[in-house]
Design a protein around this ligand. Sequence first.
Ligand code: AMP
Length: 414
Amino acid sequence: MNKTLSKRTCHLTFDSLEISEALRSAVKKAGYEAPTPIQAGLFPLVMEGFDIIGQAQTGTGKTAAFTLPLIENAADVDASQGPLALVIVPTRELALQVTTEVEKLSYKSRIASLAVYGGTPIRQQMDRLRKNPQIVVGTPGRIIDLIKKRCLRANNLDFVVLDEADRMLDIGFRPDIEWILRQCPEQRQTILLSATVPEEVLQLAKRYMYRPQLVNFSPKNISVDSIDQNYFLVEESTKMPLLNALLEKECPQQAIVFCRTKIRTEKIYRRLLKIMDGVQCIHGDMSQGARNRTMQSFRDRKFRIMVATDVMGRGIDVSGISHIINMDLPELSDDYVHRVGRTGRMGREGVAFSFVTKDEGIRLTEIEKRINLLLDRIPVSDYLPDFVEPTRNPTSNEELEKRVKRKHRRSIAL
Ligand code: AMP
């Protein structure tokens, strides 16, 4: 297992992604304990059938992120009429790396994959194509040769993946990629991964993808500066009345209420249901189908309040969210960034409220360090007039002093 990467895995489990038994044992065998953010974010979107533009760097687990749903879809599929998935990559090394990952993760699933690339005799690859692999991974030039020789059939593809798209465009593969895409069935699903998303990549997407979901899996690049971020210092027992008062007074266009666990999400959802309409919840105990339907109605603005675990914090692009309420602080600061990044998208304004208990001072400070910004404390009594404010436990006197100075500097700068 990759050690640095495991540190950045999220709290979701592979079980919560609703993967098949075969895939579950394969990830276990590979030593992957939990999905990385991109794996957790991409899997449901691919299974839902979306075209995707995913911004992600190497080292984030992105190869497995797209191979897992490909394997899930391709297992036991008859590929005698041509492969089910074509992965286009810029280099031979990457082609081999992707097929190695497919082999590793298709243990127990009956999947054959093949890497095709230039610089080696084409004949051997032609022979292997006759064995009908479900997944073909290759560099653009060799893919074109094989299609022209009618050894590789593109007309039955369900998936096309463009990995490292920005790099492929940089090294002049644009005409080749466009040619390949034109050979593929129109109703295919296209997944584009790129470390950066420059205009050129967007143009390619506009031409060859259907309503792509743009998702950014590089937490450092998610800007939360434009979001009005606040916190309340509360007792656990005040959280629910505060939530009610907040929703009533703020009257959000659409809001996500984030909770730490599935059980708590259900509980909060049921309590809200008793007092208002237009509430739904989403978490990993729900079936993939139910989650997809809930997400779609939220996107279609059929309801206003979504109570969610971090299942929703990752990558999902819903444009109308005006409010994020962190009923519980997340354990990881990156998860805070992902949650809050659900609002204020595409330059829209957003507001976030976090409920912080007295002993969560350190966690709040960590989040503030991560976003390089101090959250503004709002008195609970602004929403619950009878509430008596507790005081926040400073992490240390020194820390408190630093905070006060930083806050002072910030107010001078403003
Ligand atoms: P990539 O970003 O695809 O180049 O992957 C980087 C490395 O992380 C590879 O060695 C993968 O085998 C490994 N890896 C992928 N997913 C996971 C995971 N969920 N947990 C731990 N390691 C992983």
